[in-house]
Design a binder for this molecule. Structure first.
Ligand SMILES: [Zn+2]
Ligand SMILES: [Zn+2]
Length: 296
């Protein structure tokens, strides 16, 4: 089978035009912090515990930048890490560190798992390349499945069959298994969806509520760190969406296909026809009412 070309992403997965590869997403799920100085030694990034930490605000084209790391050398990966921060995966399971938070934890509570190195923490440069390959494989699979075409088996293998620790653990606990070629496309879509869903969960993707006088500030979707931001943007690229919206009629959360406009009603696919019909009737009534007022 022919490997998936970039152009196929643009045909079927991708809608966002303000990033060079069209896979960027304008969505913001919070900032994160990273040590001011990262040293590269023997394939590992290290920092000193006394170092200053700075806040990182992810760029729109974060996913594009991640995808460039697929075959990047250690120096290039280190430069990326200096700009966009650390991949926080636990030493115990190779999962996003936030997977080990206990339910009901306070924001400052320690995680139960820890990063590699203990008192002298380090992150392997190879983890960035693995992440980049994983994102590429997910986009490849989604590009094919959106077109109702069979996915490339190689991309499933890239996602942990066998050998990528993160997804091996998912395979064990969630009975995720790469489908064989004969299996139906729906089954592949279901597997890919489940895989992304578990990944988002591990990255701490959730709504956060702050009771604030400013209603625009009170409700926000958040995810943990660089991994969380990458997971959310990958999900949105696969969903062909730029964010989440709440349907005016049924109040369900759904991924909108178009940019939302302030002050307008938004409808999920199920409610779209009836919602727009009622809106147009209402506008007609309002027009008639104002005409009557002018006639009087
Ligand atoms: Zn762990
Ligand atoms: Zn609805």
């Amino acid at each position: 089978m022919k490997p998936v070309r970039r152009q196929e992403w643009q045909e079927s997965v991708i809608t966002y035009r303000r990033s060079p590869l069209n896979v960027g997403r304008p969505v913001d799920v919070g900032t994160w912090r990273s040590p001011e100085h990262l040293s590269l030694k023997a394939g590992c990034l290290t920092w000193s515990s006394g170092d200053q930490w700075r806040t990182i605000d992810p760029p729109v084209d974060l996913l594009d930048k991640v995808l460039k790391l697929v075959d990047a050398n250690d120096e290039v990966v280190a430069e990326f890490a200096r700009s966009y921060g650390l991949i926080s995966e636990c030493a115990q399971h190779g999962l996003p560190l936030s997977h080990s938070r206990i339910i009901g934890a306070q924001p400052d509570d320690e995680y139960r798992c820890s990063v590699e190195g203990g008192r002298r923490p380090f992150v392997r440069v190879q983890r960035y390349r693995v992440l980049a390959r994983r994102v590429r494989a997910i986009l490849n699979l989604a590009a094919r499945l959106h077109k109702d075409e069979d996915a490339d088996e190689q991309d499933w293998i890239e996602l942990g069959y066998p050998g990528v620790p993160t997804f091996d653990v998912i395979c064990d606990t969630w009975e995720f298994r790469p489908p064989d070629r004969e299996e139906h496309l729906d089954q592949q879509r279901e597997n890919l969806g489940q895989l992304i869903d578990v990944w988002l969960d591990q990255c701490g993707f959730r709504p956060r509520f702050e009771f604030s006088a400013d209603p625009d500030q009170s409700f926000q979707m958040v995810a943990s760190g660089l991994l969380g931001a990458v997971a959310v943007r990958t999900m949105l690229a696969v969903a062909r969406s730029d964010g989440l919206a709440i349907c005016t009629r049924c109040k369900h959360v759904y991924p909108p296909k178009q940019k939302l406009k302030a002050g307008r009603n938004n409808y999920c696919p199920d409610c779209r026809d009836i919602g727009r019909f009622r809106d147009s009737k209402r506008r007609e009534r309002q027009k008639n009412d104002s005409r009557q007022v002018m006639d009087e």
